[in-house]
Design a protein around this ligand. Structure first.
Ligand code: ADP
Ligand code: ZN
Length: 605
């Protein structure tokens, strides 16, 4: 039987990384020593190595439970590139493939087995595992065990059996969902109450975050994509409905983007194809609902945009966390409107959930609205939702870059609220602005609104400013939008003290051109050592990688990640030894691709 191996040595030799990141080392050493635990790390934080390294260090087979076939397949492909004997066992294998996996298991030639939860708890699999030496069980995306999350998978509940049946084998559960209920649920279900909890910081400093009121959605998105895209990495747009995802993919395509669509209404074959094209394509843009989530392993997602307000900071963060897993600069943009806020509130009220659950969901929504309407650093607000206190503003969000000015909007709020009341609570914001501006439109004349005392009292503010005030009153809970009708504004109880002058209101001045950091500056900050995207050597390496990946039928990043190619292009190594010192070039990849890469470099000089 193999001796236990040194984690750092495995990290260098197999994965080609120079060192562990953050909490990884602590988790790995704990698991190698035979300990169980729950690991909370943000998306892109590097969870895979937390179980892959100990599985390779310890004698026996590492068993990884994963909820998604695409995810398993990509991880297995990546491991095989590093010469790690790995396989996946799930319902999608044809009988020949399943037999080959079982044979490899019997022969004891596998080091890592990825398996779906239902396959694992099947008696036949368990009986086979009983006979074998198991290095550890890793339960990836462990929040699937919890009913509180959006991704509850009843089959995950069956995993309780692991603690009873394999008492001496370490169990590592991993997730990016850190809210206390989910955490407790995981600990209880997986019998991890007495094991340590490893909680990494949830900050992802390489993601620049920004939010804007939705005014001209397409124009805003076009500008964002122009700024955030780098011509090679992928982008993701989350939409509030299936229809919007379809429409968005359509106009993106008409704009000349290689666009894809994903939502729960697609059939399994279409879904798999969308996943595959997203993983394999170069500069693809995916328009999707939140159904597109787990199984996105692509490290070079350069930007994530939301066209509608997410329901909680947790879901928003998980979605934008899919950007910049490679550690290079990435950007997130949130577009939202007053209607979104009202609609989300309305939905919670109408849902069949219990009062407790409704209260929790309202709190989450309010926290999300506060981030969208923030007047101070957005990241500080966001991290506070995860129980982290960031002492300093981040300098990596739109608010930090150009803080909005606040003004006392009590009088403006009174004017708007009184226009709402005097017109009979029956009109949307457009008509109300016409009244405030004193415009005699046909509708104004029809209803005699030019006779109201509020007619023309709001000429001092622009239409954009008035719309901003209406939205901020909705966000502050003083106005409601009748979502089931035509978006008419209706005052709530909270409007009364404002009208009476008992409560002052502060507003953010609406920015005319929303701030955002141009990509070039953010990139330059990253590392002068990295080659510029325009470097012909980098382009040649990418082209070689594309061909190599295509020939093997694997995603390009499985061969080498962008970051690694950029460092190779910048360093122009002229020997295998020099190439081997570059992060991301492990022993196996050096042997497999070293000569080819050196050849490409020679050709471009
Ligand atoms: P998660 O599953 O937590 O979302 P991954 O395990 O997919 O994150 O890792 C995210 C990215 O970070 C991957 O591209 C991986 O190669 C890289 N990575 C993780 N750990 C390290 C490390 N110690 N050194 C260098 N790169 C790392
Ligand atoms: Zn900030």
């Amino acid at each position: 039987m193999r001796e236990t191996q040194e984690p750092l040595e495995v990290l260098h030799r197999v994965f080609g990384h120079t060192g562990f990141r953050g909490m990884q080392e602590e988790v790995v050493r704990h698991a190698v020593a035979g300990g169980s635990g729950l690991v909370l790390m943000p998306t892109g934080g590097g969870k895979s190595l937390c179980f892959q390294v100990p599985a390779l260090c310890r004698p026996g087979l590492g068993v990884v439970v994963s909820p998604l076939i695409a995810l398993m397949e990509d991880q297995v492909a990546a491991l095989r590139q590093q010469d790690v004997p790995a396989a996946a066992l799930h319902s999608d294998l044809d009988p020949d493939e399943a037999r080959a996996v079982r044979r490899a298991l019997n022969e004891g030639s596998l080091k890592l087995l990825y398996v779906s939860p239902e396959r694992l708890v099947n008696e036949e699999t368990l009986a086979r595992l009983d006979e074998m030496r198991i290095a550890l069980f890793a339960i990836d995306e462990a929040h699937c065990v919890s009913q509180w999350g959006h991704h509850f998978r009843p089959e995950y509940r069956g995993l309780t059996v692991l603690a009873e049946r394999f008492p001496g084998v370490p169990r590592l559960a991993l997730t990016a969902t850190a809210d206390p209920r989910t955490v407790q649920d995981i600990q209880r279900q997986l019998r991890l109450e007495d094991s340590p909890l490893f909680r990494a910081s949830f900050d992802r400093p390489n993601i620049f975050i920004s939010a804007q009121p939705r005014e001209q959605e397409r124009a805003q998105l076009r500008a964002f994509i122009r700024r955030a895209g780098d011509g090679t990495g992928a982008g993701l747009i989350y939409c509030g409905s299936r229809r919007k995802a379809e429409q968005t993919a359509d106009w993106l395509r008409a704009d000349g983007h290689d666009s894809l669509v994903f939502h729960a209404g697609l059939d399994p074959v279409q879904k798999r194809e969308a996943h595959r094209r997203f993983a394999r394509g170069d500069a693809v843009v995916m328009a999707a609902t939140i159904a597109f989530g787990m199984g996105i392993d692509r490290p070079d997602v350069r930007w994530v945009a939301h066209t509608d307000l997410p329901r909680s900071p947790e879901s928003w963060y998980q979605e934008i966390g899919r950007a910049g897993r490679d550690g290079l600069p990435a950007q997130a943009l949130l577009l939202y409107g007053a209607g979104d806020i009202a609609l989300a509130r309305h939905r919670i009220g109408e849902s069949g959930a219990g009062d407790d659950q409704k209260r929790v969901e309202r709190q989450r929504l309010d926290a999300m609205v506060a981030i969208a309407e923030a007047a101070t650093c957005r990241r500080q607000l966001l991290l506070r939702c995860f129980g982290e206190d960031a002492p300093e503003p981040c300098g990596q969000c739109d608010i930090c870059l150009s803080p909005p000015r606040l003004f006392d909007g009590t009088v403006a709020a009174q004017k708007l609220l009184s226009a709402v009341l005097r017109t009979g609570r029956r009109f949307g914001v457009g008509h109300l602005v016409d009244v405030l501006h004193g415009k005699t439109t046909a509708k104004v004349a029809q209803f005699g609104h030019d006779q109201l005392p509020t007619f023309g009292v709001g000429r001092d503010l622009t239409e954009t400013a008035w719309k901003g005030i209406a939205r901020q009153l909705v966000a502050q809970g003083a106005l409601d939008v009748a979502v089931e009708n035509h978006g008419e504004l209706v005052p709530t109880d909270a409007a009364r003290p404002i009208l009476k002058g008992e409560r002052p209101v502060m507003f953010r001045e609406e920015l005319v051109t929303p701030a955002s950091r141009p990509m070039t500056r953010a990139r330059a900050a990253d590392a002068a050592a990295l080659a510029s995207p325009g470097d012909p050597c980098f382009a040649a390496l990418r082209d070689w990688r594309r061909r190599t990946a295509l020939a093997q039928g694997v995603p390009a990043y499985v061969i080498f990640q962008d970051r690694t190619l950029a460092e190779i292009a910048a360093g122009r190594p002229d020997s295998l030894a020099a190439l081997g010192t570059i992060p991301g070039v492990g022993a196996t990849k050096l042997e497999r691709y070293g000569q080819a890469v050196l050849g490409i470099i020679r050709d471009c000089d």
